[in-house]
Design a protein around this ligand. Sequence first.
Ligand code: COA
Length: 357
Amino acid sequence: MGSVIIGSGRSLPKRTVTNDELGAIVDTSDEWIVPRTGIRTRQIATEETCTDLGAEAALRALGQAAGGWQREEGAIDPATLDMIICPTLTADTHFPSQAARIRERIGAENAVCYDMSCACSGCVYGISTADLMLAGSAFDRAGAEAAGRVPRRNVVRRVLVVAAERLSRLVDWDDRATCILFGDGAGAVVLEWRDGEDGVLSSYMENTDDTARTLWCDSAFCARETPFAAEGEGAAEREGLDPYMRMAGQAVFKFATAAMMRCTEEALERAGLSVEDVTLFTPHQANERIIRYAAKKMDLPMERFQLIIDHVGNVSGASALIALNEALCDGKITQGDIACMTAFGGGLTAGSCVIRI
Ligand code: COA
């Protein structure tokens, strides 16, 4: 029994931005960016909102729009979704949640909705949390059935995890250390609890204190004052507030490489599997060098890793979901295979899940 992926989708904005175009804005070049990151182009939302991107990825995951992947033939009815979880750093509105905005757009009239703030680990935190919800609900329903009573908690049989990100709105386009790295987009999976099938085989999530502020973005609303503050009160918080994301590149690189290995090993151990059992690794795409480092450490060829960073950049929490969807749509991974999704990001968050497709 387990949480089975029954649909997968992705959506990318239509505007492609090349490294040469970035070279016209900041002091950088294709020659600098490609060897250090693996990124050649990224898609930047010029008119698409997170709601647009998230809804399109969701409709493709459900088979309500062309271009997605479904486990079985036929579209999935959005009204059968019990829950929508949206990992995002850039919701279009503080409230309603981004998940609720997507619910409205796709007609998921029975879904309970909420967002998750866990930066680039959104894909893993989203799937892991959905799996916990599905397993918890299955346990609750079994108890209710045995005792001949109603379940004590919300019944959760189908969950849509849809990560939608527009980091182009958080980056400082004058900061060459960050603006070259990120792209916009959305990725989605529909998970269903099935008694007779394997799905998510294991998951692992962790948090580390970011006392050195290696990956950071202040909330813009903290700059506002209330009419109740005495002269100078709250000034310390407002002092130095920065509306853009900031990153200590080398420190993050160090954290990321260690987290990739630690989380992958932990999730595989929980699943009782080894790296050889994994058909395809679909990791978060922050830097091609981080993925190459992991491949070398695991003594595996790069063919065992889905690489999409060259054409999408770092799409934060959506990255690994987009990678998984590309692999499914291209037939690089298919039913019965095992995928391993590892991610890390601001928080500092990190985690991994092992999934039987
Ligand atoms: N173009 C040209 N030069 C650049 C540049 C750019 N886009 N960005 C930085 N530089 C310069 C720096 O100013 C520095 O110059 P200096 O030596 O004259 O001071 C030099 O290149 C080296 O900078 P450094 O930051 O040490 O580069 P790096 O080799 O560490 O690569 C990253 C930078 C960002 C690519 C790399 O640190 C990285 O990928 N870190 C992890 C990022 C990540 O994973 N973030 C997301 C986590 S979810």
